[in-house]
Design a protein around this ligand. Structure first.
Ligand SMILES: *Cc1c(COP(=O)(O)O)cnc(C)c1O
Length: 393
């Protein structure tokens, strides 16, 4: 087995999981094939029975997908990784593989919108109930636990107001009741945060975001202990939400530049957060890198930097927030994130538009809140673009 501690994360991102063919190619190969040939009938029989390792069909295994899985596992410090067709497929596969009717989930309140729909509509239909709690409210997590609680689910830092979960503390609690702690590490990536080393059992990724980094492909991943990942693989092989080899190849190349991109995303976000904080039309900036953010010291302990997403409240309400968004000429008005292009969105009427007013209030998503996923452009240009609207307020 590979010694995961032999190299730094940044090196694994570039060197991990390479399995060269006999052609001596330097770059990773893309194996665009749905099935594989057998040498003879005996080999076919032993591949199908599982006696012999080897490729049978790309819903089961594919060398390019495997290379991506190995690379990301080395980066997260995981025993094993299972690549999926999207981030949502990763969450669905984890829940279906590890839970059964009658089980209970405790989930942080401000998770990705589709995660809430998946839990509330589809897992509920299959007899799995979910209770939502505040991400930072440890007593709330404790109070929500039941005899049948099998899984904790959270995102940290949260979207859009960058709340920070105490992953080690929640790991202690989940272990005490025999539940899995599942952390969606999409916003932080293994470059900034390694939940498994902080005590989480399972890490989820939407590779669609920072791992791709340029908004091309959908993909996801589940990482954790071998025995748990065997369950997830079992579901994937039967149900089919597996990653395409083309997307796996794009993500392999994305991982190679992830550490330099994350460093630049974080630097730009910190720079923009400080500038916004000083703007007279801005009421408050939410970014865990700011010393006045309530998650700042915890984030400093469990992350190496604070991420590329921030949000801020303008003075006023919806009208003023929309004015700033509609006045931009350069920023991309879209809900996506983790892209080289900076994006801007109004959470209350888009990403968080379908939850109730009370839920929105509890999540701090006011009408004057704007979220920015800071990209890699020159920040002077981004500031000038935001100034068009801000200076009119
Ligand atoms: C986008 C996202 C997802 C879902 O990923 P897809 O690849 O779009 O399915 C899950 N969690 C977080 C935090 C996300 O940002």
């Amino acid at each position: 087995m590979t010694d995961k501690t032999k190299y730094q994360t940044q090196t694994w991102a570039i060197r991990g999981g390479i399995d060269r063919s006999d052609q001596g190619e330097h770059s990773e190969l893309m194996y665009l094939t749905s099935s594989y040939l057998f040498d003879n009938a005996e080999q076919a029989a032993s591949r199908f029975s599982g006696e012999e390792d080897g490729n049978v069909y790309s819903r089961y295994t594919n060398p390019t997908v495997k290379a991506f899985e190995e690379r990301l596992a080395l980066m997260e410090g995981a025993d094993a990784c299972v690549a999926t067709s999207s981030g949502m497929a990763a969450i669905m596969s984890t829940c279906i593989a590890l839970l059964q009717a009658g089980d209970h989930i405790v989930c942080s309140r401000d998770v990705f919108g589709s995660t809430t729909v998946l839990l509330n509509k589809y897992l509920a239909k299959m007899g799995v109930e979910t209770t939502y709690v505040g991400l930072t409210d440890i007593d709330g997590w404790k109070a929500a636990c039941r005899d049948n609680t099998k899984l904790f689910f959270l995102e940290s830092p949260s979207n859009p107001i960058c709340e920070v979960a105490d992953i080690a503390a929640l790991s202690k609690l989940s272990k005490s009741i025999g539940a899995y702690l599942v952390v969606d590490n999409c916003f932080a990536t293994p470059i900034l945060q390694k939940p498994l080393l902080l005590g989480a059992d399972i890490v989820i990724h939407s590779a669609t975001k920072y791992i791709d980094g340029q908004g091309r492909c959908l993909g996801g991943a589940v990482l954790g202990r071998q025995e748990d990942m065997d369950e997830v693989v079992g579901f994937l092989r039967s149900a089919g939400p597996c990653m395409s080899p083309f997307n796996a190849w794009v993500f392999l190349k994305g991982l190679e530049t992830l550490s330099v991109r994350m460093r630049a995303h974080c630097e730009n976000a910190e720079n923009l957060a400080v500038w916004l904080q000083d703007h007279p039309a801005v009421e408050h900036v939410f970014y865990a890198g700011l010393s006045n953010h309530r998650g700042h010291s915890l984030a400093s302990e469990q992350m190496s930097a604070y991420g590329g997403v921030l949000s801020f409240r303008v003075k006023g309400g919806r009208k003023e927030a929309w004015k700033v968004i509609d006045s931009t000429e350069l920023l991309s008005h879209t809900a996506n994130l983790g892209d080289a292009k900076t994006t801007i969105v109004h959470p209350a009427t888009t990403t968080h538009g379908r939850i109730t007013d009370e839920e929105r209030a509890a999540a701090g998503i006011t009408e004057n809140l704007i979220r920015i996923a800071v990209g890699l452009e020159h920040m002077d240009d981004i500031k000038a673009d935001l100034s068009i609207g801000l200076d009119q307020l």
